[in-house]
Design a protein around this ligand. Structure first.
Ligand SMILES: Cc1cc2nc3c(=O)[nH]c(=O)nc-3n(C[C@H](O)[C@H](O)[C@H](O)COP(=O)(O)OP(=O)(O)OC[C@H]3O[C@@H](n4cnc5c(N)ncnc54)[C@H](O)[C@@H]3O)c2cc1C
Length: 154
């Protein structure tokens, strides 16, 4: 029996799945076709792709900045030096901005590399069966039944 099921492979879900996977068995379910949620990236042609949500990450805490810089060292992310118009014309503190080397779903991809994932698996119902959580989800035309001791809905 699996220990945890995480619903959603966005930044939050993949982060919690990564931390849980250090000690427990984890399975991630996502209704989308790939990882990232609102930070997902769609491949277009060969090396071309576009980001659906997150344009860049600008870490506000030292810890998060350190983590993103680690991903830069691993060639998963890089500093974004582009510019954009700000119609407020207010002077703002300049913060470092980062993007993924192959799309802005880099945090989800990095964190879930070694974790079992099922995409196009929309969770419809979750039951608590006294001793465990019982889940039913749909993947295309198939219906799965599973038993988990814990779950996290992100
Ligand atoms: C257009 C846009 C631009 C943005 N730009 C920036 C930016 O530049 N910088 C920045 O820091 N933030 C930006 N954000 C905000 C950022 O994208 C979100 O705060 C962040 O991605 C949220 O992550 P999350 O994991 O909490 O949720 P989500 O990314 O929404 O993840 C939820 C996941 O759960 C899955 N899910 C939901 N219901 C089910 C179900 N029943 N069964 C299975 N799976 C399910 C979804 O498919 C999804 O993958 C932007 C958002 C948008 C929309």
């Amino acid at each position: 029996m699996l220990d945890f099921c995480v619903i959603g492979s966005g930044i939050s879900g993949s982060t919690i799945a990564h931390h849980l996977s250090k000690k427990y068995s984890v399975h991630i379910l996502d209704k989308a076709r790939g990882p990232g949620g609102r930070a997902s990236n769609k491949r277009f042609k060969q090396n071309l792709s576009f980001d659906h949500g997150v344009q860049y990450i600008s870490p506000k805490s030292k810890e998060f900045l350190k983590f993103i810089k680690t991903l830069c060292k691993k060639k998963e992310a890089k500093i974004w030096t582009g510019n954009h118009l700000d119609f407020t014309f207010e002077k703002k503190e300049i913060s470092e901005k980062f993007i993924g080397m192959k799309g802005n779903n880099f945090i989800s991809k990095f964190y879930t590399k070694k974790i079992k994932k099922s995409f196009q698996s929309s969770v419809k119902t979750i039951f608590n069966n006294k001793y465990f959580w019982e889940k039913i989800w749909f993947d295309g035309q198939f219906r799965f039944f599973c038993k988990f001791t814990g779950f996290s809905f992100i």
